[in-house]
Design a protein around this ligand. Structure first.
Ligand SMILES: Nc1ncnc2c1ncn2[C@@H]1O[C@H](COP(=O)(O)OP(=O)(O)OP(=O)(O)O)[C@@H](O)[C@H]1O
Length: 512
């Protein structure tokens, strides 16, 4: 027989059923270990075909490619010498793809003989396809580019996308690996599985010939591995994290309702003048005192001298500044020098980058474990021109969170609420009320509100305040609650006003 037109039952007539010569059956059964029955079920025929790479005709197995009942391509594999050729201008598509549409699992091989090997091993013909051109389809070395796979996209569009599991049974070599990587991207990692062949076997047909159909069946059905998805772990794979270090804020009555911790980010809000700076200065003072820590304050509105100094001196001495002796003042100042640092921008134009640089110095050079920004809006000058406020705040909070985590410190931001509408005026704000972004609620580990319902009442100055723990991302940090506080004018410090724990029964701060 001469030329392509002489292929028995295939190229000569699309509708004719393929025939297999005795030589083809012998070759398939003895060399490839594939039975005549399998070849027939897959519509494989044989004939004499001209192979350009051999410069001659050869006996060949012929695989027909069908679409809507028509033969749109064919491929011939010479035997006993190995060579391939296909129909000139034939349509590129998966071999046997028409039959697999609707199957839950589809096995993909790198050649028709490997697909036939799977069928020989007991995989239904409705579940196997082969790529049409082996792993040679990779036309681009650029890993981001996927060229030459239009036929995969066509197949997905034509129903292959309904498949729940793709099991890649490609070759165990470099081009096979590249093809597999491309197919993962085309089919998606979630439903992609792959098979590793035993040592010494390059493909499914090798396994069939070396170990037999049962082993091949077992490998592709039960030993297929899910394609690893970066960032997805089983519990046992995850490293054990050390427990959070917890700092008790120093009001014994708060029990375990509030803890602060390094590696976390908190936000404090409240209407101007309601006491957020004062209350948190006291909390950080109490924590630094109890745990021997250092805090760094980036304060853009409240002055370190005389305001913060007064608050801290009074906390240290337990009396108002004007009642302190020189000794009280000296002792307080010494302690403050050892435990507090201030970040002040020389031109009063701080940016987030400046703040982070400075904060890093305070942490690495001075061992600061608490970094506070008060108030947030002064850092806003650093917003990019084409960045929305929400995007900017999201970016900053992500950066601050990463900073807290990586440098093992607590970062706290004091932020003003936006103007609240008339119906809620005078009420305690929510975290969502903070100017500019819902990210304030979403992206912080803890959120607090300091609120004074009344500044004056019938007795004159009202010093009651409500402290809300609005959000706690981890159970260890406490839980959302409202705590009553009162500011003692005669000592300049806050105390808990919910109930009193008698002196001597005070709970000690929980240690880290
Ligand atoms: N509960 C209170 N009762 C009376 N005075 C208080 C109370 N809390 C704070 N103060 C005083 O009110 C003033 C303002 O407090 P503070 O600066 O802490 O408020 P703030 O909420 O941080 O305000 P801003 O948002 O303007 O910075 C301070 O002089 C402080 O001593």
């Amino acid at each position: 027989m001469m030329g392509q037109s002489s292929i028995a039952g295939t190229a000569t007539g699309a509708e004719a059923s393929p025939t297999l010569s005795a030589a083809a059956v012998t070759y398939a059964e003895t060399v490839r270990k594939i039975s005549q029955a399998t070849l027939e079920r897959l519509g494989v025929g044989s004939g004499a075909v001209f192979f350009p790479e051999l410069h001659r005709e050869s006996e060949a197995l012929v695989f027909s490619y069908r679409a809507a009942g028509e033969m749109v391509n064919w491929k011939a594999a010479a035997f006993p010498v190995k060579a391939f050729t296909s129909k000139k201008g034939g349509k590129l598509q998966f071999w046997n793809v028409e039959r697999v549409i609707g199957s839950e699992t589809v096995f993909i091989t790198e050649g028709e003989m490997d697909a036939a090997s799977l069928v020989e091993a007991g995989i239904p013909v409705e579940q196997v396809i082969s790529v049409p051109n082996g792993a040679r389809s990779r036309t681009s070395e650029d890993p981001t580019e996927l060229r030459g796979y239009a036929y995969v996209e066509d197949a997905l569009r034509n129903g292959l996308s309904r498949t729940k599991r793709f099991v890649c049974c490609g070759d165990n070599d470099g081009p096979g690996g590249a093809l597999r990587a491309d197919l993962v991207r085309l089919f998606g990692a979630a439903r992609f599985y792959y098979v590793e062949w035993p040592d010494g076997c390059k493909d499914a047909n090798d396994v069939l010939r070396t170990f037999g159909p049962a082993v091949l069946h077992e490998l592709v059905t039960h030993r297929a591995l899910p394609w690893p998805v970066n960032g997805l772990y089983r519990l046992g794979d995850l490293p054990e994290l050390p427990p959070l270090t917890l700092w008790h804020p120093g009001f014994a009555e708060w029990e375990s309702k509030v803890h602060l911790a390094p590696r976390t980010l908190s936000v404090v809000t409240g209407h101007p003048g309601h006491g957020k700076t004062t209350l948190f200065m006291q909390i950080w003072y109490q924590i630094c005192r109890a745990y021997g820590l250092t805090a760094a304050i980036a304060s853009f509105e409240t002055r370190a001298k005389p305001h913060h100094r007064r608050t801290l001196r009074q906390l240290h001495a337990g009396k108002l500044e004007h009642a302190m002796t020189d000794q009280d003042t000296q002792a307080a100042d010494n302690w403050i020098n050892d435990h507090f640092l201030w970040l002040l921008h020389p031109e009063q134009r701080p940016s987030l980058e400046w703040f982070l640089d400075m904060a890093e110095v305070t942490v690495s050079r001075h061992g600061a474990r608490i970094i506070q920004v008060d108030p947030w809006n002064r850092l806003e000058a650093a917003r990019d021109r084409n960045e929305t406020e929400t995007d900017y705040i999201g970016r900053c909070l992500r950066t601050l969170h990463a900073f807290a985590h990586d440098l093992n410190c607590h970062v706290q931001v004091l932020a003003h609420p936006a103007k609240m509408d008339a119906s809620r005026k005078g009420k305690a704000p929510e975290l969502e009320d903070i100017s500019g972004s819902k990210n304030w609620d979403n992206m912080v580990d803890q959120g607090f509100v300091v609120h004074r319902p009344k500044f004056v009442d019938e007795n004159g100055r009202n010093t009651e305040a409500e402290f809300f723990h609005r959000k706690s991302r981890f159970e260890e940090l406490g839980y959302p609650c409202k705590l009553k506080m009162a500011f003692e004018l005669n000592t300049g410090r806050y105390r808990s006003a919910d109930y009193t724990i008698y002196a001597g029964l005070n709970r000690l701060p929980i240690n880290s």
